[in-house]
Design a protein around this ligand. Structure first.
Ligand code: COA
Length: 469
């Protein structure tokens, strides 16, 4: 054989070996801490990790959950991700990100959420257990990027799954920082590498690759209407958490001073980016002035000039009427400054009285702008609130002491979360009972997601024995 041909064959063989080694190295290289160049690599590594997780004990999984909690709760990490999140996305408020990230770490349920059902009788014992889907593809938003990654990671890993994140491209840096921090802590706790992965350069193209990859057994989308629609129509099992437009009703029986305080606090929390936050108010005429008075005493700036309201609309909405992205999650102080109005940061929300069909009422803007609609009576308020929510069935609030009307609104709205006499965030466990989540899956019905939402129910039957009654 010609020496040149032999040389070429050796060179080719060495090249192939090197590629294989590089691939193997990049999959197992711990210093990647879950970050991969391509989506295929991120998914393959996740699949490898899930096989290991599948055979680990529940106790171990709980240890991994605790590792995630502890990574986030280290002061320097909590401050870093909260700061980076605001800096990169230019949305929300640092102090509130601290609260939300801490909340996600502390109040997302772990493996205890996977309650087994058992049926026993003369024909034996049947168990129904929550089991992993496998590798989950999770799409996360720009509005709550780190909160969603922390919350999803705990729930999904507790359920025995691994997760490949496709963060919103405008939150890629902070998402990467967090994924690395979590993997490092997980590996220190003895977990397999790559329980959580993502690509270096999140993009629409990479999200499409995630959606299409057959190794992804379940898709979870927390985000704007367009990405949720895309995931729900992809032909795979999907959990979708999308838009709302949460209304608040205040009737004449409410504690008006408290209602005003609660509404301002909920609406201004993280500059209104939580999808549960108060977006419009329907107040009964007899208490409406009173409510506005107390809102102003608690940090509301009232706009009464129609020309100014039009200027505000021109500034913060697009031609199509939706939110202008560069104003999503900005503070009231910032928005007012752009209109030439200087206030200090004691101003938390911008309020104005408008008719019910007004753009500011009907569009979800995710900014601390809170239109108030004056109505004749509580039944009309409930009817208008139902209309303004557009059937999203996401979240609604009511301030009232009338049990019948509270019950009526709860029934009419059909929302996943209904908060009575408290700020909206009581619905996700801040000042209210219950666990937390940042993926509120109204459209697909899981509601406030937790470990069991990302599991398959499987039945295991032992015939004729093990009923000890
Ligand atoms: N990865 C890749 N692409 C993504 C993505 C992700 N994680 N999230 C969204 N995209 C895509 C969208 O599909 C869309 O693609 P298209 O133009 O082909 O339709 C594109 O990015 C732009 O979407 P988006 O960033 O949502 O548009 P926007 O800049 O106009 O809107 C917001 C910004 C903040 C208004 C919008 O993202 C939003 O409504 N977010 C709310 C999210 C949320 O918190 N939902 C509630 C969950 S409980």
């Amino acid at each position: 054989m010609d020496i040149k041909v032999i040389e070429q064959m050796v060179e080719q063989a060495l090249k192939e070996l090197k590629t294989e080694q590089t691939q193997r190295f990049s999959l197992s290289r711990p210093e990647n801490y879950g970050i991969f160049e391509t989506m295929d690599e991120a998914i393959d590594a996740s699949e490898e990790a899930q096989k290991k997780l599948l055979h680990s004990k529940l106790d171990h999984r709980q240890r991994y959950v605790e590792a995630i909690r502890s990574a986030v709760l280290k002061r320097e990490n909590l401050e870093l991700i909260s700061r980076l999140s605001v800096d990169e996305t230019e949305m929300g408020c640092y102090e509130h990100k601290l609260i939300k990230n801490r909340l996600a770490a502390e109040r997302t349920p772990g493996t205890e959420d996977l309650a087994t059902e058992a049926v026993t009788g003369d024909r034996g014992l049947t168990l129904v257990e929550y089991c992993p889907f496998g590798v989950i593809g999770a799409i996360t938003p720009t509005t709550n990027p780190t909160e969603t990654i922390i919350n999803n990671s705990i729930s999904m890993i507790a359920g025995g799954n691994t997760v490949v994140f496709s963060p919103h491209p405008r939150a890629k840096r902070v998402s990467q920082t967090l994924v690395k921090l979590l993997n490092k802590e997980l590996m220190d706790a003895g977990a397999p590498a790559n329980l959580i992965t993502m690509v270096e350069e999140p993009s629409i193209e990479n999200t499409n690759k995630l959606i299409e990859n057959p190794k992804i057994r379940l898709l979870v989308a927390t985000g704007g209407p367009s990405i949720v629609k895309k995931v729900l129509s992809c032909g795979k099992k999907a959990v979708g958490a999308g838009a709302g437009n949460p209304p608040v009703v205040v009737d004449e029986t409410a504690d008006i001073e408290k209602a005003a305080m609660d509404i301002v606090a909920g609406c201004s929390f993280d500059n209104n980016v939580p999808c549960i936050a108060e977006k419009e108010v329907f107040a009964v005429d007899s208490i409406c002035d009173h409510l506005i008075h107390y809102m102003k005493r608690n940090g509301a700036y009232e706009m009464r000039d129609e020309a100014l309201i039009q200027k505000l609309i021109a500034l913060v909405t697009t031609e199509k009427g939706g939110p202008e992205t560069s104003f999503v999650g900005k503070s009231a102080e910032y928005i007012l400054k752009r209109l030439g109005i200087t206030v200090d940061n004691s101003v938390k929300v911008i309020i104005m009285e408008v008719p019910k069909d007004h753009l500011l009422v009907q569009e979800e803007l995710m900014m601390p702008i809170l239109p108030i609609v004056r109505v004749s009576d509580v039944d009309t308020a409930i009817e208008y609130a139902h209309e303004a929510e557009h059937g999203n069935r996401h979240t609604a609030m009511m301030h009232s002491k009338n049990i019948e009307k509270l019950s009526k609104m709860a029934k009419v709205m059909e929302t996943t979360i209904f908060v009575k006499n408290a700020p909206s965030y009581a619905g996700i466990g801040v000042g209210g009972e219950g666990f937390t989540t940042f993926t509120i899956a109204g459209p697909t019905g899981e509601g406030l997601t937790s470990a069991r939402s990302f599991c398959r129910k499987r039945r295991c039957v032992m015939a004729d024995v093990f009923s000890i009654r």
